[in-house]
Design a binder for this molecule. Structure first.
Ligand code: RFL
Ligand code: PHB
Length: 391
């Protein structure tokens, strides 16, 4: 088999890159370790930044997004029992975010890829990268019992944090940074209409809580918990009781209860692999970086990376220029670190630090008061939340 760009991973990064390339007439094949059903059922991100929404529209993937996506003009923040609103359009010259589940984006992009050329190979096992330092790399894998070799001009490693691409770079060449937080999120998906139409981020003595949604019928909620949390200790009644406590702000808001469809625990980490390129291998999305979800940036960063990578690959295939490929890492990292900073900032602002010093806890309250109480503070949050421009 032969293609121009071998893309590893059918997450948002890989799928979006394939569509961007197709628009410019560049061929790609996606290799995905999991089955299509599995990929479509993964519940993850929910918030699309303004630039991500524009990018999806620009490639023709905005039709259902436009119909079913829920535009949000702001978020509420609660601390010490008081609710304050951040008004995005007023603070950013008219920008907003859209709540639309990551699995819906993935579904739309898989449909598009199938419509155009069908080159997504699900259940590709034992994917291995070869000759990435040469001009003719390849990827080998096993599928339906058959050994296959895919020759290509470039490999896009879009295979997430646990993928095979990053470890294919010689260890001595990897520049990596990591921060692990002493807490995690217990997430639930509930069959209950969202009790208000904007997100609520809450700092509470018992820990952080987040009210979000997936549709007019489904609410998504998160509670700060211990990274080693045992889900058996969280029967539904305890989950609801804790949500009511942490999201209370004296204005009559109360989460609607409903059947809990799913419960999961997400660890919190910040991670950057600055080596986003090695030879003909380019990393994009979670393969190169992880942000704690408090800033709602992960999926959006993946979109930013592949936009920059697409422009560079297209410039190479159309004009033979390597200038943008050579600049990929630096261009992408600028936005990556900006999103890391904001995700770290939101995480630090809104969580209860288990071993925090009393002084730091007071500074945190002063920060919450400043960033939600002054126009300059709110503007900083709004500008980052709706998304900085792609590189
Ligand atoms: P993905 O989505 O992990 O996709 C990688 C794909 O690669 C496949 N793969 C392989 N394929 C072939 N061979 C191998 N050896 C392979 N190894 C792996 C995997 O099966 C998979 O299909 O990475 P991608 O495309 O970079 O996308 C990143 C996003 O998924 C991630 O950043 C977001 O989900 C993060 N995130 C959020 N991001 C936001 O922008 N807004 C949010 O509101 C938001 N909320 C969240 C989140 C992530 C969460 N979790 C569960 C980590 C909330 C949560 C709870
Ligand atoms: C979500 O809806 O899953 C969500 C929303 C905002 C975040 C993280 C996750 O910051």
């Amino acid at each position: 088999m032969k293609t121009q760009v071998a893309i590893i991973g059918a997450g948002p990064a890989g799928l979006l890159l394939a569509q961007l390339l197709r628009q410019s007439g560049v061929e790609s094949v996606i290799l995905e370790a999991r089955s299509e059903e599995y990929v479509l059922s993964r519940i993850r991100a929910g918030v699309l930044e303004h630039p991500t929404v524009e990018l999806l529209h620009s490639i023709g993937a905005g039709e259902r997004l436009g119909r079913e996506g829920m535009p949000h003009d702001g978020v509420d923040m609660i601390f010490r029992g008081e609710k304050r609103r951040i008004d995005f359009p007023a603070l950013t010259g008219g920008k907003k975010v859209t709540v639309y589940g990551q699995q819906e984006v993935v579904k739309d992009l898989i449909e598009m890829k199938k419509d155009f050329d069908g080159q997504i190979l699900f259940e590709a096992r034992n994917v291995q990268l070869h000759d990435i330092e040469s001009d003719s790399p390849s990827v080998s894998f096993t599928r339906q019992g058959e050994e296959v070799v895919l020759s290509c001009d470039f490999i896009a490693g879009c295979d997430g944090f646990h993928g095979v691409s990053r470890p294919s770079i010689p260890a001595g060449r990897l520049r990596m940074f990591e921060k692990i937080y002493p807490f995690a999120w217990l997430g639930i998906l509930a069959e209950a209409p969202p009790a208000q139409d904007e997100l609520i981020y809450s700092y509470h003595e018992n820990g952080f809580a987040l009210f979000s949604m997936r549709s007019p019928e489904v609410t998504r909620l998160y509670l700060q918990c211990d990274p080693e949390e045992n889900l058996d200790e969280w029967p539904d009644e305890r989950v609801w009781s804790e949500l009511h406590t942490r999201l209370e702000s004296g204005d009559g808001f109360r989460v609607n209860e409903g059947k809990i469809l799913r419960k999961d625990v997400t660890p919190m980490r910040s991670f950057v692999c600055e080596t986003m390129r090695h030879g003909r291998l380019f990393l994009a999305g979670d393969a190169a970086h992880i942000v704690p979800p408090t800033g709602a940036k992960g999926l959006n960063l993946a979109a930013g990376d592949v936009k920059v990578l697409n422009d560079a690959l297209v410039a190479f295939f159309k004009g033979g220029s390597t200038a943008l490929l050579d600049a990929y890492e630096a261009t992408a990292l600028k936005r990556v670190w900006a999103a890391q900073r904001f995700s770290w900032f939101m995480t630090r602002l809104l969580h209860k630090f288990p071993d925090g010093e009393p002084f730091d806890a007071e500074i945190q309250i002063a920060d919450l008061d400043y960033f939600t109480g002054s126009e300059a503070g709110r503007k900083t949050i709004a500008e980052n939340y709706v998304g900085l421009p792609f590189g």
